[in-house]
Design a protein around this ligand. Sequence first.
Ligand code: NAP
Length: 248
Amino acid sequence: MKKFEGKTVLVTGAGRGIGRAVAVAFAREGANVVINFAGREESAKETVALCEAEGAKAICVKADVSKEEDCKKLLEETHAAFGEVSVLVNNAGITRDKLLIGLTEEDFMSVLEVNLKGTYLCTKLAVKDMMKKRSGRIINLSSVVGVHGNAGQSNYAASKAGVIGFTKSVAKEFASRGITVNAVAPGMIETDMTDAIPEAMHEAMLNQIPLKRIGTPEDIANGVLFLASDEASYITGQVITIDGGLMG
Ligand code: NAP
């Protein structure tokens, strides 16, 4: 019996990067996977195909997690395909990196809207399914930047610190219903998001990682699957750092 056989797992922003690795890892363990994406449909369809290649059922749904109507539609399509959500992974995220002096209100708010408000909206909707069943798992993607800060990322850091506060609060609210809520804080992971970092800075960051390699999306997926597993049933309100030792 696979670990997540028959369970419905909703992963936001799963068309590529970390979300894709999370979706495929759940598929490998027998879950029915819902792959949310924002705009890149071809990429999301590739994730569906990768999940199906693992023998799982999967669909992709276009929805902007910062919009309530889109999130409602995302949940409706999830219910229609696979029934109630057992595991929600709030992974969708964006960056708009700039030093504060050049950071516009739009730069600031757009990152907050997707990374933090998106997490709030999806959690509020999916947790209703979990309350009915008196069980569920919610895993939110934060970042080491949300704990330690980073020059040029005040908007992103604020959103990811917000995700930690949100995680810890919601964990307390739903613990009595058998629902756990945790966060994962990745360090530097090889995805489109980090591709934009200039080569010299990339090299400098690599030198600071004790394990001497950039993380892979699969490194993060392993942590997410653990938090969603039965083995993690006594863990809630926590932030697990997966960064190769970067932040010590
Ligand atoms: P990525 O490669 O840039 O992929 C981002 C995903 O989010 C894409 O599937 C994208 O959809 C989706 N997305 C963006 N805006 C969205 C919206 N408004 N609604 C729904 N989906 C949306 O990012 P990643 O590196 O895999 O990062 C995944 C998560 O890990 C993010 O929360 C990020 O902050 C966090 N994280 C990443 C790193 C890292 O080093 N990569 C480090 C720490 C934390 P489309 O494909 O349709 O555009």
